[in-house]
Design a protein around this ligand. Structure first.
Ligand SMILES: [Zn+2]
Length: 304
């Protein structure tokens, strides 16, 4: 019975991420399918096709960057620009959980000159901040200006510039005519310092030849098949394969600890005016409600 259940799950094509390395240890590669993750974020945030695409690319990028963590907790990507989307945040952990939001989920634009969703224009000029909580006292933080706002190129530039690691990143989201997510996913390829010219040439040839990541995923390709194409002619082994999910870690307890950090006078004022304190989670739109009695239990007076 348990085996049958497992088969059912595979039939439904759960989103997955795999991490691989070439057997000569010159190249590491990640591929992920995130169609379900991005569709969930679309439903939660009720995003326009432009916002669905931009947030989906960021969520996919965050998941792949987080899977490179050796230890530590999570990676967050913050993209801010002067385009109509304004700001995108995506947070992912080592265990394949991701969440995110876009400041203006309604923002939309006509398709660009190549007939594609104009993500670059939607984000505009700005910056990408990558924050890694490595479990140390201070999180690591790197920042680069946006190259195109297309997100894949911007993450590639971040790795090259900020981490001095030559990389190639592709992320994509295909929105169906019904505005739902038809396919989403990505790949991240990195060269180790030992990488030789021959392997690099093979890799470049492969990357130029492959179709877009969304095309591969809408054809039903799994992460292994994607890497088979990108790393064709190179021996590699898969080090890790895991399910990835949209998952918000917010809870009543976490929100309560947030309230503890606020000014007690402000909370008292809100309670007096509205009879309650309402705090919403930006990542999943869940609302947490606290009454007079809930707040009294916190004993905020004692801290002021
Ligand atoms: Zn939440």
């Amino acid at each position: 019975m348990i085996d049958n259940q497992k088969d059912d799950k595979i039939d439904k094509k759960e989103d997955r991420l795999i991490r691989a390395i070439t057997t000569d240890r010159q190249i590491r590669a990640i591929a992920a399918t995130t169609t379900g993750v991005v569709e969930k974020s679309r439903q939660l945030h009720n995003t326009s096709p432009l916002a669905t695409s931009a947030l989906g690319r960021a969520l996919t990028g965050a998941l792949m960057i987080a899977s490179l963590l050796k230890s530590g907790k999570e990676v967050s990507l913050t993209i801010t620009g002067d385009g109509p989307l304004d700001k995108i945040v995506a947070e992912a952990d080592l265990y394949g959980k991701v969440r995110g939001y876009v400041k203006n989920p309604d923002a939309n634009l006509p398709l660009n000159d190549s007939g594609k969703i104009a993500v670059g224009k939607g984000i505009g000029q700005g910056k990408l901040i990558v924050r890694k909580d490595l479990g140390l006292k201070e999180p690591y933080q790197g920042q680069v200006p946006l190259i195109s706002g297309e997100i894949g190129e911007d993450i590639t530039y971040y790795f090259t510039k900020s981490e001095q690691t030559p990389s190639s990143v592709g992320v994509g989201v295909l929105v169906s005519p019904e505005m739902t997510v038809a396919a989403a996913g990505g790949f991240l390829i990195q060269l180790f310092p030992e990488a030789e010219e021959k392997a690099i040439t093979t890799l470049e040839k492969n990357i130029n030849r492959i179709s877009s990541v969304t095309e591969m995923i809408s054809e039903g390709m799994e992460p292994e098949a994607i890497l088979n194409q990108i790393l064709e002619g190179l021996d590699f082994k898969v080090l890790e394969s895991k399910e990835v999910q949209y998952d918000c870690r917010c809870s009543r307890e976490r929100v309560l600890s947030l309230i503890r950090g606020l000014d007690p006078e402000d909370i008292k004022k809100t309670l007096a005016e509205q009879g309650k304190v309402e705090i919403g989670c930006q990542f999943c739109n869940q609302t947490y409600l606290f009454t007079d009695a809930d707040i009294a239990e916190l004993d905020l007076e004692g801290n002021s």
